[in-house]
Design a protein around this ligand. Structure first.
Ligand SMILES: *[C@@H]1O[C@H](CO)[C@@H](O)[C@H](O)[C@H]1NC(C)=O
Ligand SMILES: *[C@@H]1O[C@H](CO)[C@@H](O)[C@H](O)[C@H]1NC(C)=O
Ligand SMILES: *[C@@H]1O[C@H](CO)[C@@H](O)[C@H](O)[C@H]1NC(C)=O
Ligand SMILES: *[C@@H]1O[C@H](CO)[C@@H](O)[C@H](O)[C@H]1NC(C)=O
Ligand SMILES: *[C@@H]1O[C@H](CO)[C@@H](O)[C@H](O)[C@H]1NC(C)=O
Length: 758
């Protein structure tokens, strides 16, 4: 370390101190203020006046950034921490929550889901085109052919939204498919300063691609001849091709801020969307502190189904986001489609990999090959991070880089700029055998952990290693599929372990959908290529599949609640392949569990006629909050109403009428019997349903009472499941899994069960 003389250090110390004191006193940040509107003093004739007066009492300069009246009761403003805590102590103020940054959870899908064969199951005419999906994301590229509105009828009369004018965006950019587009940047600008319009459009226009991809996945029109550089070529179509879509841009280059997300949910409620799709998440705070959970509660009350991505933090346990029970939480699985690009090493052995590289081919001869960890002075050189490769060592060679930390496509750029000719990207234990294909900027392929280890063994033992990469285009019919993506976030649910999450999985690996023309397919600044469609992966991609499918179910059953639609999607999801074997997890190569796949993989064709549903009302969710022992202020923050739990009533989290079961035994001192009660509603024809249970847990006895339920049309019947642990109070028991099914011989209404010990 360099040495400084003492006086200089003292001055520096003094300056730093001065600066930090100064900034401490002045440092404002954005807060979202939740109020109990019922406590508004009568002297105010509008809530905004009350908000301004409360604000003025703690700060001379604070302005309202947003006022909210639908997603929450309250406002967003900038305060110092002292001002915030003084505001929080005032009567009628429920909570003052700091702004939180959320992040994005970054054309064979319809066939894979069986939608191509069953178009007649879904109403052709008006009802499906009356369903509106709102997408909170990075905006839209309205010129995408997936927003073509040819043949669509007039915009539904229920629609109250608009097409907001801004940079490079006019009302002419909306049509009968993309019926609305808005942007929400006040919270973003309050935190990070004015938007730099040379870098991003201050309008609903998508400069990132992600929002166009998710919106077109949910509702994109049919586009023949779609592909990315010829990969995955075929007809691109969203899940609900006749539904309408509205874009709410809340994510910017610097992230997505909670005050903007709440403003967008507020507006989407007023605009009358039927489904909200959010492929983003942030933190794992309790429901009353999480703006997505809070805003979703209000949307749910209005009959809007909210579908959210589960997160890409898998395969670690407890890695889920968006777990509130009024949210549909979607994990990701693979398709039966792949983009093989094989690695053939000097000894003749070959290893399968995947790639979306399309460009100048490599010479057909074997090329010199080197491990990045042997071509760098950095201790993490194996990761091919910016500036870590030694050009003399990689020039003219193919470089093997380990996956992790930096973006996969970025590693290729690093290899290329150091003079490398190509890249083999090897998984580490964090990703196992999961392969995600990328549109690399240099010839490159991605291989699994086992393949990577074998290739490295060769690299370390051969004095003159060589390699060839053979690109093979698109291959379909890959088995087994789906498998749970390694990146897909996993349970158990860290906030309410008695609610099983994720709810289900849907396609989220190598998904082709519309893209923005302001950015290349890799999203890198150095990528000058422009494409109409891109292939990307993430629970960000699986979420809009479920949003679009929910729109289809909603169009077939316009009177169903969001909980009934979700129940239909969950109880008909499948957990086994056609050959009877159980779904697999690409992280382990083994059978996946309900903590990985929830109720299973979505099966929209069965979901249209589920037979029975587990329905839920707003009161059920309020009782659930009582069961969580939430305070009145916490419940009011979420529900915007004066609601007191009854002291004499016994509330149980186990009785939330959820389509799945997460059974939690206490290891010490707890009861060895846990009961869950459920109510089934018949949405099909009259019939007699019999229950059956399969279980892999010898430690727990499961019994159903009654075992047979006879339903008239529209009838509701309840039953209780009793779980009895024979494991004893001190057991260090391992998780167990089971499945409960009700069947009338036609419909199978399945529920996953997880059993764990606290
Ligand atoms: C504006 O939109 C057009 C498409 O209409 C697009 O080609 C152009 O790149 C956009 N410009 C900016 C600065 O976003
Ligand atoms: C890789 O090996 C398999 C058999 O081991 C062979 O079928 C396949 O054609 C090989 N691929 C290439 C590109 O040589
Ligand atoms: C290359 O790296 C591996 C793993 O770090 C190491 O075992 C090997 O000795 C290195 N080879 C050379 C030639 O430095
Ligand atoms: C690594 O060290 C070697 C020898 O000191 C040097 O020539 C080379 O430039 C260094 N590489 C990097 C990336 O700093
Ligand atoms: C709520 O409080 C009751 C009574 O203290 C307790 O039995 C129960 O376990 C608590 N529930 C939760 C979810 O913490």
């Amino acid at each position: 370390m360099e040495s400084f003389n003492k006086p200089f250090l003292l001055v520096l110390f003094f300056l730093l101190n001065l600066f930090s004191n100064f900034s401490h006193a002045e440092k404002k940040t954005t807060y979202i203020v939740h109020v109990a509107k019922s406590e508004m003093p009568e002297s105010f004739n509008h809530h905004t006046l009350w908000y301004e007066s409360s604000l003025n009492s703690v700060s001379d300069s604070a302005q309202l950034i947003y006022t909210y009246d639908n997603a929450i009761h309250g406002f967003a403003t900038r305060l110092t921490p002292e001002e915030a805590s003084s505001l929080e102590s005032q009567t009628g103020i429920l909570a003052v929550l700091p702004e939180i940054k959320y992040e994005l959870h970054t054309t064979r899908t319809p066939q894979f889901l069986g939608l191509d064969k069953s178009a007649d199951l879904f109403p052709e005419s008006s009802s499906s085109s009356d369903v509106i999906v709102g997408v909170l994301d990075t905006g839209v590229w309205p010129e995408s052919k997936s927003f073509d509105d040819t043949g669509m009828g007039p915009v539904p009369a229920t629609w109250k939204g608009e097409c907001q004018i801004g940079t490079n965006f006019t009302t002419a950019n909306c049509n009968r498919k993309l019926i609305g587009a808005r942007f929400f940047s006040k919270g973003y600008e309050a935190m990070l300063g004015p938007i730099d319009e040379t870098k991003e459009s201050k309008s609903p226009r998508d400069d990132d691609g992600h929002g166009t991809h998710t919106a077109t996945t949910a509702t994109g029109s049919v586009v023949p001849g779609a592909s990315l550089f010829g990969f995955a070529s075929g007809t691109a179509r969203g899940m609900a091709t006749r539904s309408r879509v509205a874009a709410y841009k809340v994510c910017w280059l610097g992230g997505c801020f909670s005050s903007d997300i709440l403003a967008a949910i507020e507006q989407a409620i007023l605009d009358n969307v039927n489904v909200l799709s959010l492929s983003l998440g942030g933190g794992m705070s309790d429901y009353y502190r999480d703006s997505v959970a809070i805003g979703s509660f209000a949307a749910m009350e209005k009959g809007i189904l909210i579908s959210c991505s589960a997160g890409n933090a898998g395969p670690s346990s407890y890695s889920l986001s968006n777990v509130a029970p009024w949210i549909t939480t979607v994990g990701a699985g693979t398709l039966d489609r792949d983009f093989p690009a094989e690695v053939i090493i000097g000894n003749g052995k070959n290893y399968s990999g995947v790639s979306l590289y399309r460009g100048n081919a490599l010479p057909d001869t074997p090329l010199p090959f080197i491990y990045a960890g042997n071509a760098s002075n950095s201790s993490s050189g194996n990761l091919c991070m910016m500036g870590t490769l030694t050009p003399e060592k990689v020039a003219g060679k193919i470089v093997l880089c380990d996956r992790g930390v930096s973006a996969r496509v970025q590693k290729g750029v690093v290899v290329k700029s150091a003079g490398g000719l190509g890249m083999v990207l090897a998984n580490t234990p964090a990703n196992g055998e999961e392969l995600v294909a990328d549109a690399h900027l240099l010839p490159a392929t991605a291989v699994g952990e086992k393949e990577g280890d074998a290739i490295k063994k060769y690299l370390f033992s051969d004095s003159n290693p060589t390699v060839k990469i053979v690109f093979q285009g698109t291959k379909v019919g890959i088995q087994p599929s789906p498998v749970v993506a390694a990146f897909s976030s996993r349970g158990p649910n860290s906030i309410t372990p008695q609610i099983l999450k994720p709810d289900l999985i849907a396609p989220g690996v190598n998904i082709l959908a519309g893209w923005s023309k302001n950015v290349g397919p890799t999203g890198l600044a150095s990528d000058n290529r422009r494409v109409d469609f891109n292939i990307i992966s993430g629970t960000s991609m699986s979420c809009p599949h479920v949003s679009g499918l929910a729109a289809l179910i909603k169009s077939a059953h316009p009177d169903w609640s969001p909980a009934a639609v979700r129940s239909a999607l969950m109880t008909t999801a499948y957990t086994a392949y056609k050959n009877g074997l159980s779904l697999r997890d690409s992280a382990t190569g083994k059978q996946s569990t309900p903590f990985d796949h929830g109720a299973g993989h979505v099966d929209p064709v069965s979901a249209v006629n589920p037979g029975l549903v587990y329905d839920l009302t707003v009161d059920d969710y309020l009782n659930f909050l009582c069961a969580l022992n939430y305070s009145t202020a916490q419940i009011t923050t979420l529900s915007r109403r004066k609601f007191e739990c009854e002291p004499s009533k016994k509330y149980s989290v186990n009785d939330l009428n959820y389509p799945s079961f997460a059974v939690l035994f206490q290891t010490t001192g707890g009861a060895n019997i846990v009961k869950h009660t459920r109510v089934l509603t018949n949405v099909g024809t009259a019939g007699v349903y019999k229950s059956s249970v399969t279980s892999d847990s010898p430690l727990v006895k499961i019994s159903i009472e009654p075992q047979v339920l006879s339903f008239k049309e529209n009838e509701k019947k309840s039953y209780t499941v009793t779980f009895t642990s024979t494991a004893g109070a001190t057991s260090q028991s391992v998780n167990g899994f089971a499945r409960l099914e009700w069947s009338d011989g036609k419909n199978v209404v399945g529920s996953p069960i997880s059993i764990s010990w606290d």
